[in-house]
Design a protein. Structure first.
Length: 112
């Protein structure tokens, strides 16, 4: 699997994270991204087409700042655990940009 937004960057391959693509932005700045995080990211394209590049740039800046980042659907239950990586969710990228997406998923409205 390859993420088109980072296709021009070298791949970061780790035996532990082979199901989650990783990329190297600079010598010491790398990230791994769960497919579920990437799906969330892709779902933002039609919602915020004029800000999508800004979101990608914010991701890149977080990686450059923190050096080793793992982007996950849920920081409390990441797909894998990698030593020395910080774990971020999509809201960690969107909130500082003042992009808010309401999670409307909820249980059934039907009662007994």
């Amino acid at each position: 699997m390859e993420y088109s937004e980072w296709k021009n960057y070298p791949r970061h391959n780790d035996a532990k994270s082979y199901l989650c693509p990783g990329y190297i932005l600079k010598d010491d700045a790398r990230f791994v991204m769960e497919p579920s995080f990437y799906t969330q990211l892709q779902n933002l394209k039609p919602l915020f087409p004029d800000r999508y590049n800004e979101i990608i740039e914010a991701i890149n800046q977080r990686v450059i700042k923190n050096k080793k980042v793992f982007f996950t659907l849920d920081v409390d239950a990441p797909f894998i655990v990698l030593k020395d990586y910080i774990y971020l969710e999509i809201t960690d990228i969107l909130n500082p940009l003042k992009i808010f997406v309401e999670d409307k998923s909820r249980g059934s409205d039907y009662g007994d």
